[in-house]
Design a protein around this ligand. Structure first.
Ligand SMILES: C[S@@+](CC[C@H](N)C(=O)[O-])C[C@H]1O[C@@H](n2cnc3c(N)ncnc32)[C@H](O)[C@@H]1O
Length: 225
């Protein structure tokens, strides 16, 4: 408490309950990065960690995925359930902390977009998610990147920023398909400049403008049997 102002870390449900209470609608659909990165995958079981009010989870369900969506904000979970029902979509919403959540069974797709966890919690979460990935399954992690932090963040909030290299290191047992930082252009469009870090695909490097996202896509190779 400083004076009459309570400082609440972004890594807490209290912070996110406050944010989501002030946001009535989470927007019309998925993050474009999600649509781009999972293009061509055959729908199966999907798990979205840090789902917020469920825009990506609901979009995935509309594409034929059987989706479980997890968040530690009860306001977000309640709104997600309401939005899914309004849109006639079936999504299993679970109120849980990502660092301790134990997924049930295995998933063909695990997504985690902009969860803003501190590094030790994030590493535990990614280890649990990796174990829950089915053979042949895809894990897609997206977060705010150190090369272009959002403006106005506190020193503590900046601790949740990532680099592709850090996330790759935390996904040790998986095979990395893509790992890069995406610089969002001035209009906020997702399709702009990329910096590859040695995964399968190479992207042209450009000068960085605006905020950036870490994007890492990994798979658990299917067994030969
Ligand atoms: C920036 S929002 C992103 C929401 C959504 N993934 C999206 O991209 O629109 C971050 C979400 O992650 C959730 N979150 C943050 N830390 C979490 C944790 N440790 N366990 C579960 N959820 C968490 C927050 O409650 C919030 O809803």
């Amino acid at each position: 408490m400083i004076g009459r102002v309570t400082i609440v870390s972004t890594d807490t449900p209290e912070f996110w309950n406050g944010i989501w209470a002030d946001i009535e609608d989470c927007g019309p659909g998925s993050d474009q990065i999600l649509a781009d990165q999972i293009e061509g995958l055959t729908p199966g079981r999907a798990l979205d960690i840090g789902c917020g009010t469920g825009s990506n989870a609901i979009w995935l369900a509309k594409q034929g995925w059987q989706v479980t969506a997890v968040d530690h904000s009860e306001v977000a979970i309640d709104k997600g359930k309401r939005l899914a029902a309004q849109q006639g979509v079936d999504v299993e919403f679970v109120l849980a902390a990502a660092s301790t959540y134990q997924p049930q069974g295995h998933y063909d797709l695990i997504t985690c977009f902009y969860i803003q966890m501190f590094p030790t919690h994030r590493a535990t979460m990614l280890a649990n998610m990796s174990k829950a990935l089915a053979p042949g399954g895809t894990l897609l992690f997206v977060s705010h990147d150190k090369s272009g932090p959002p403006s106005g963040w506190s020193d503590e909030d900046l601790l949740s920023l990532t680099t592709p290299e850090e996330i790759v290191a935390e996904l040790g047992e998986l095979q990395i398909e893509q790992a890069f930082a995406l610089n969002h252009d001035a209009e906020g469009c997702h399709a702009s400049h990329m910096r590859d870090v040695g995964a399968n695909e190479t992207h042209e490097a450009h000068e960085s403008h605006g905020s950036s996202s870490t994007i890492v896509r990994a798979i658990r190779p299917a067994t030969s049997q």
